[in-house]
Design a protein around this ligand. Structure first.
Ligand code: T3D
Length: 258
């Protein structure tokens, strides 16, 4: 079985990290396959939202630690520059909403890949671990960028240094997760959110994402200019015209993502 699966239905590409016996930890082959799968989703006009989840009990346990030693060991410089940095960069630059459906433990790079997604949803039994410090590493995959912005500097510092296991409920309370669903509801409710996003004015959603990306390092004045620029682009979409027309005609809008 491939280590990354993709299935498209109702405008949503479901990407499943698929090494369940290793808790979906990333080896080199899986990292490259995940990157190319994200590229396919970016290029496919039938895909308007991307839903990332894990096969089996875990979401993703980060780097496959068995790949770090032995004669085929991969250098740490390559692991970040060739595996994880291209993954999180792709997710942030993808002009479509990306949903992390965290179905179990998310550790190390697995946690931080989830946290860089646009919407993070978790099953009630999921957990998040900044596992890096436990093996003498620093958080990567954008974790030192996103986590302090999500939970605040102090909490991020403690989570990263202690490497505590945080329950889904606690992660939601801290602001790492949008919603937590009970086990019986998780699959349906999380895919429903992805399908809702996929049927929305997705060109506009991509512009929201660009505005948020820009906001993390912009001044207030520059951000207002960026909103002006992106709002002009949003107003030029046919989905905007359709949204207004449908409102005035008191009917549901039919959006095409254009
Ligand atoms: O050079 C670099 O590494 C740079 C890149 C860094 C990126 C990173 O992601 S570093 C962080 C790497 N990840 C970790 O340190 C997490 C390691 N795993 C764990 O701490 C625990 O497995 C979990 C907390 C994730 C889950 O615990 P538990 O008790 O529920 O399950 P388990 O029994 O530990 O794991 C289940 C199986 O998955 C087990 O296999 P086995 O013994 O049944 O055959 C375990 O070995 C395997 N597994 C889990 N995580 C990894 C893994 N195998 C390889 N690599 C893993 N990361």
């Amino acid at each position: 079985m491939p280590s990354v699966l993709k299935e498209v239905s109702n405008r949503v590409a479901v990407i499943t990290l698929n090494r369940p016996e290793k808790f979906n930890a990333f080896n080199r082959e899986m990292a490259f396959l995940f990157q190319s799968t994200l590229d396919e989703c970016a290029a496919d006009a039938n895909v308007r939202a991307i839903y990332i989840t894990g096969a089996g009990k875990a979401f993703c346990a980060g780097q496959d630690l068995t790949e770090l030693s032995g004669e085929n060991a991969i250098g740490i410089d390559k692991i970040l520059s060739e595996h994880y940095n291209p993954i999180v960069t792709r997710i942030r630059n993808l002009r479509k909403p990306v949903i992390a459906a965290v179905n179990g433990v998310a550790a190390g790079a697995g946690a931080n890949i989830a946290l860089c997604c646009d919407v993070v949803i978790a099953i009630d039994s999921a957990s998040f671990i900044q596992a890096f410090s436990k093996i003498g590493l620093i958080p990567d995959s954008g974790g030192t960028y996103f986590l302090p912005r999500l939970v605040g500097f102090q909490k991020a510092s403690a989570l990263m240094m202690l490497g505590d296991k945080i329950s889904a409920t606690e992660a939601e309370r801290m602001g790492m997760v949008y919603k937590v669903f009970q086990t019986g509801d998780f699959a349906n409710e999380s895919i429903k959110i992805a399908e809702t996003l996929g049927a929305m004015p997705t060109a506009g959603l991509a512009l929201i994402k660009q505005a948020l990306n820009y906001s993390v390092s912009a001044s207030f004045e520059d951000q207002l200019k960026k909103e002006d620029e992106l709002q002009c682009k949003a107003a030029a979409t046919s989905d905007y015209a359709e949204g207004v027309k449908a409102f005035l005609e008191k009917r549901s809008a039919i959006f095409t993502g254009k």
